[in-house]
Write a protein that binds this ligand. Sequence first.
Ligand code: TXD
Length: 314
Amino acid sequence: MTRPKVSIIGAGNVGATTTLWIAAKDFADVVLLDIVEGMPQGKALDLLQSGPVEGFNTKIKGTNNYEDTKDSDVVVITSGLPRKPGMSRDDLIATNTKIVKEVTENVAKHSPNCIIIVVTNPLDAMVYVASKTSCFPNNRVLGMAGILDSARFKTFIAQELNSNVENIDAMVLGGHGDTMVPLLGHSTVNGTPITKLMSAEKVESIVKRTRDGGAEIVNLLKTGSAYYAPAASTALMVESILKDEKLVLPCATYCNSEYGVGGYFVGVPVKLGRKGAEEVIELDLTAGEKAAFQKSVEHVKQLVEVTEKFLVKD
Ligand code: TXD
């Protein structure tokens, strides 16, 4: 039986670490591509040599040639600049639009039936670039952000309440940026809403820390941005798709009538299976959450407008 094939474009921190998470779970073979010569080959070989230690047989190939990515089932796009301290995700838009466009053209040419998962920032706008460039059906283009934002939220809740992370449900919707919307009513520990387990001030400070979660790490690292949790989140999406697990996870997904978005990719809970984005799940939101979500969608729209300008210029 042939194993599913995943190609990861961009063999930097997120790309290489996503390869590691996928390899360790041993459910697909991986091609790791970068424009830098030798680097993806070197990282792939190093990762491959972890197999005998960890007991996985995942084939991992590093390359600079899109021919090697041919007929992938899933392609993850991580190529592009990460932010530096003081930069917002949106500051990356000009450079990364160009990179994601060029990469997507190659991806669509070599793997016309694949499902694309975009990771590059500014996330919601880069998913739009991949969608527009590939002309793939909307169910086959997704972006990773909500799983990471929700994981950050869950981490801070677990730290505060000294709970097992597996007993925590939490959901962060909206764009991947300052306007993201942590849903308090859907954030529970063993079924009890966190608003009953901690003070309003504590909840507020955890929400703020979640929103600033990426920047906190950028400021500590000084060069580059977070990658362990982003890579774990990306690998989870790949796994749910290829194993047809139908996990409902918050991902940047095309929404038209759903949540009243009106034709944009934005973070919502979506069922991930072999067809990609199989069903957007509409949660009951409070009036406040609806307003915050709409504000987040407006920001995504503005980013898409800016991206359009760079796409036209190109
Ligand atoms: O939640 C999320 N979506 C994110 C997004 C969480 C973490 C990181 N996020 C973004 O992913 C970040 O802001 C960046 O835009 C990307 C990649 O982050 P990473 O930390 O992996 O950046 P690196 O280590 O600099 O790696 C980027 C690689 C690097 O090796 C480049 O040589 C390569 O991308 N690159 C390319 N590869 C192929 N083709 C082209 N054109 C290309 N240009 C750069």
